[in-house]
Design a protein around this ligand. Structure first.
Ligand SMILES: [Zn+2]
Length: 242
């Protein structure tokens, strides 16, 4: 009689098939399908308050802090016309060089009229505008010192020499049309678009381009939210607090 090996394996039993119990009728309502995830744009990637942030929001209710802020990375843009010889913050300078080179390549050359303007220069400009046009009119087109985007070093006023300098008709020039269409690719937005005076506090300025970086500029273009105030859910700033 053959011995039974002590280590013979036991016959393997298949595990019992467990069947999910029938849940039966449920009393809880079926949850609605999960909405698709939001696009992954991070609205907190940069500060809206720090004057050195490329997303700083400066308007009639949001003075720069400190009010006499001066950027520490001002450089002169190279290879572009610059009527008043004003500098820009380094990232904005590099971006405007690329944008104006592309515009020239496209047959619509343009140059800079104005770029960084410090607190004291803005003060003298604003005072002269009040003397000329009165305070209400001056406030509609010129920021008070400490409230000007030009003081951030992230802004250029552009022109193509066709007679529409700092005028609404610039938006209809070849350069104005090209820049409005392509600015986002270089990180710029038209900061004071038409129909948004009640939000930005300023009449349309198709010549005034604000550098915010391509990520934000393209997101704003793609979502069609054209002001920084609306994009970031900030209060409209039609007027100064006092
Ligand atoms: Zn401007």
């Amino acid at each position: 009689m053959a011995g039974v090996s002590g280590c013979a394996p036991e016959p393997v039993k298949a595990p019992p098939v467990t069947q999910a119990p029938d849940p039966g009728p449920t009393l809880t309502p079926t949850p609605s399908p999960t909405p698709p995830p939001e696009p992954s744009f991070d609205k907190a990637a940069h500060s809206l308050d720090d004057p050195m942030s490329i997303w700083v929001v400066s308007n009639k209710l949001r003075p720069l802090n400190p009010i006499e802020f001066e950027p520490n990375d001002l450089v002169m843009p190279e290879g572009v016309g610059n009527q008043n010889g004003q500098p820009l913050r380094e990232p904005a300078a590099r971006a405007v060089e690329a944008m104006l080179a592309a515009a020239a390549e496209a047959g619509v050359p343009a140059g800079i009229i104005s770029a960084y303007r410090g607190y004291e220069l803005q003060q003298s400009l604003y005072t002269s505008y009040i003397a000329r046009d009165g305070q209400a009119a001056a406030d509609s087109y010129s920021a008070r010192p400490g409230h000007s985007e030009h003081q951030t070093g992230l802004v250029v006023d552009l022109d193509d020499g066709s007679g529409c300098a700092l005028s609404e008709c610039f938006g209809a020039t070849g350069a104005g049309v090209w820049l409005a269409e392509h600015a986002a690719e270089f990180g710029f937005i038209v900061r004071y678009p038409p129909g948004k005076e009640g939000v930005t506090g300023f009449i349309p300025e198709p010549w005034h381009f604000r550098y915010v970086g391509p990520e934000l500029a393209i997101e704003m273009r793609d979502t069609g939210v054209v002001t920084l105030e609306e994009f970031f859910g900030l209060p409209p700033a039609p007027d100064y607090a006092q």
